[in-house]
Design a protein. Structure first.
Lengths: 117, 314
């Protein structure tokens, strides 16, 4: 059947999809920072992976996660100018594992729901 | 890096709004992130900072501060309190101070001035202090303290539906007060002679000749209207006899007054002459006609509104 989506429908879909992705940022960060990364590199990778997030959201978020003990940070002073990188802490890994389980459950539930609909 | 570059100015604007102990760390991190983004090559310095957005907003994110004066946890209580104060307390204060002024000076101009000035001064003070208190409460109290002080809404708080039409309780009160106030004003201006002419005489506003004639008709009309509205409070709905009485009163008031306005015999000629002396202005016959028509129109509207509500199926 031909997909007849008007412009306003695709706008609504885009807006709601953004809400969906917004919920996944923390999990995505904890997962990706298993290997140390600079803030900006993380931003690029997240955006490429489809988790759209702005710098003005991500950077304060990284600080907040660090304050909660889920990330640790360090300054790399080897290069021309100092750059800060983050890595997931031990506690962060545990939380990441837990969130991943939650995510898998959620995906299964939604799949069932949307099949029934 | 020059101290006046856009980046430096941006970092300064953001970090000065952050608690001092975090300032240096955030500044360093922000500088590094901005530099990284510029190096990424997609955008130049200005565009990167444009994307980063308003420094106030970013600083609030960093400092975990709310971006609203009165947040959602305290807003409903705020709205309720403000409404009660402005709708109940403010009119009482305005009326009280105006009455005091009338008793002291017996002058219409002074009373009007006091009423308007009090309305704005007290109104603004109320709005300001309530807003300030709630803004502080929103920021300083924990969730539990807020619930303790402001109370949590419960279904018992729901007001009863009294059988009056929506919003009509306030309307009812206003219409009774207006009718009684109208009688009061008309009688008062005769006895108190509130306007002082340029020559120093005391003047009435309404034509004194009317008092030896038919002024009692509109006065009776106002009284009937007040009684009819009070009956409506007791009945809790529109009934035909009460509506008939109200309409009679409304017409008894509006028709003579409209006629006197149109005929230009409503106002005291001495008052009009004094007004012209003071302000160089006399009402034109067009203005009189307009006011008369508006008066009649509003009378028809009030009656029509009540008829419509009476006929509405329940």
């Amino acid at each position: 059947m031909r997909d007849v989506t008007t412009e306003s429908t695709s706008d609504t879909i885009t807006a709601q999809a953004q809400e969906l992705r917004r919920g996944t940022v923390v999990l995505a960060c904890l997962a990706m920072l298993a290997t140390p990364q600079y803030g900006y590199a993380l931003l690029e990778t997240l955006n490429e992976a489809g988790v759209t997030v702005d710098g003005n959201t991500l950077y304060p978020l990284l600080r907040r996660l660090e304050k909660q003990g889920l990330l640790t940070s360090e300054w790399n002073t080897d290069e021309a100018r100092p750059r800060k990188f983050y890595v997931t802490s031990a506690e962060g890994s545990r939380v990441c594992a837990g969130l991943t389980r939650e995510w898998t459950d959620l995906v299964a539930s939604i799949n069932t729901l949307t099949k029934e609909a | 890096m020059t101290t006046n570059s856009l980046t430096e100015r941006y970092v300064h604007e953001v970090t000065r709004r952050i608690p001092a102990d975090q300032r240096d760390e955030v500044a360093a991190e922000l500088r590094a992130s901005i530099a990284d983004t510029i190096e990424g090559g997609v955008a130049d310095e200005r565009e990167v900072l444009n994307e980063m957005g308003d420094p106030i907003r970013l600083a609030a994110e960093y400092a975990d501060r709310p971006l609203a004066l009165i947040g959602s946890s305290t807003y409903p209580a705020y709205v309720r309190l403000l409404k009660v104060l402005l709708v109940v307390v403010l009119p009482i204060v305005v009326v009280a101070l105006t009455v005091i002024d009338v008793m002291e000076s017996n002058d219409a101009g002074s009373a009007l001035g006091v009423a308007i000035a009090t309305f704005f001064e007290v109104g603004v003070q109320i709005a300001f202090w309530v807003t300030l208190t709630f803004a502080l409460m929103d920021r300083l109290l924990s969730k539990e303290e807020k619930q303790e002080t402001l109370g949590k809404w419960k279904p018992e708080d729901l007001p009863e539906i009294t059988g009056h039409d929506t919003g009509s309780r306030a309307e009812l009160g206003a219409s009774i007060l207006t009718a009684l106030g109208g009688i009061g004003l008309i009688v008062w201006q005769r006895t108190a002679e509130p306007v002082t002419s340029e020559a120093g005489d005391r003047l009435q506003v309404i034509n004194p000749d009317l008092w030896s004639g038919l002024i009692w008709i509109p006065l009776a009309g106002l009284a009937i209207m007040a009684v009819a509205e009070l009956a409506r409070v007791r009945d809790r709905r529109h009934t035909l006899p009460v509506l008939a009485a109200f309409s009679l009163g409304e017409l008894a008031f509006s028709i003579p007054v409209a006629w006197w306005l149109w005929d230009q015999t409503f106002f005291n000629p001495a008052f009009l002459a004094d007004l012209e002396n003071k302000t160089d202005w006399t009402p034109s016959s067009g203005l009189y006609t307009l006011v008369a028509l508006v008066l009649l129109g509003s009378a028809a509207w009030e009656i029509g509104k009540r008829v419509r509500l009476l006929l509405k199926p329940r």
